[in-house]
Write a protein that binds this ligand. Structure first.
Ligand SMILES: Nc1ncnc2c1ncn2[C@@H]1O[C@H](COP(=O)(O)OP(=O)(O)O)[C@@H](O)[C@H]1O
Ligand SMILES: [Mg+2]
Length: 262
């Protein structure tokens, strides 16, 4: 393992302060027509926490994540990132999105661009880094995930696991304050799940704030600060992973766990 880290620890320590939560969600509601998907979610996420979200398919996990960075516009309620109200029409959402990395089930890389150009595209285009700075940082990150030799390759020549590690690197290139993961391993062949979870675990150990939707319960047990169960549009249970898995209180969570932990 190299001594390089995926995030800059000094930078991270400087950002880390006690007190107010990094993300605050207040009475968040989201309707799609008559479908009341989120029915009043209240939650706070502090710097360095790793929150794992579980719940039955269709319960609104993706919708919740997407409301955090306004890929979905909340019907009502408030989402805050630090001192910025994310769902205020006056807020520049692009500034918010730079602070929140998002990794999806499907990697969403640009197939016509090399790996290096996929990673450096956004920061260069936005004028945040020169091409040289962006490339240097990208190569360091690629080294960290053992993919430096793929810098000039195109996405289609990489395996799914490699593409997802690149998608993570692409987010990290922007120095996000928090990383959102929406079932990052669900589209992968089983033998590739481990390499992606390993990168996520390293990121977690380095102090990144993370919100992760996953069915990988072993990852949740190992990495989560808290696990939350969403059902019927609300958070039905929240606990440390130890308690969450050993002593689930809500009957619907008990039922859910009996299915996923087989
Ligand atoms: N863009 C959309 N338009 C209409 N309905 C949607 C949209 N996105 C999600 N939904 C609906 O919202 C519910 C929750 O979906 P989702 O958040 O994707 O669930 P999960 O990620 O937990 O499987 C589902 O009933 C889904 O059909
Ligand atoms: Mg989903």
């Amino acid at each position: 393992m190299s001594t390089e880290t995926l995030i800059n620890p000094t930078e991270y320590a400087a950002k880390k302060e006690t007190g107010k939560a990094l993300i605050r969600v207040k009475d968040l509601r989201k309707d799609f027509g008559e479908n009341h998907v989120l029915r009043g979610i209240d939650y706070e996420i502090h710097k360095g926490q790793k929150i794992v979200l579980v719940g039955p398919s269709g319960c609104g996990k993706s919708t919740f994540l997407r409301c955090l960075d306004m890929l979905e516009v909340p019907t009502s309620g408030e989402v805050w990132l630090g001192d910025t109200k994310v769902n205020d029409p006056k807020t520049d959402i692009n500034l918010v999105r730079r602070r929140m990395g998002m990794v999806f089930q499907h990697f969403n890389l640009f197939n016509n661009l090399t790996i290096l150009n996929n990673i450096t595209l956004a920061p260069v285009k936005l004028g945040l880094m020169s091409k040289e700075e962006a490339s240097e940082k990208a190569l360091q990150l690629l080294q960290r995930v053992n993919l430096a030799d793929k810098a000039d390759a195109y996405p289609h020549s990489l395996s799914g696991g490699q593409q997802q590690r690149i998608a993570i690197v692409r987010s990290l290139e922007m120095n996000p304050e928090v990383m959102l993961f929406d079932e990052p391993t669900s589209a992968l062949d089983p033998e590739m799940v481990g390499e992606v979870l390993q990168v996520m675990t390293e990121l977690a150990n380095e102090g990144m704030t993370m919100v992760v939707v996953t069915h990988e319960m072993a990852f949740a047990r190992q990495v989560a600060s808290k696990v939350i169960f969403i059902d019927e549009g609300v958070i039905k249970e929240e606990n440390t992973p130890e308690e969450f898995f050993a002593q689930p209180k809500n009957p619907r969570l008990q039922d859910f766990l009996s299915k996923v932990l087989q």
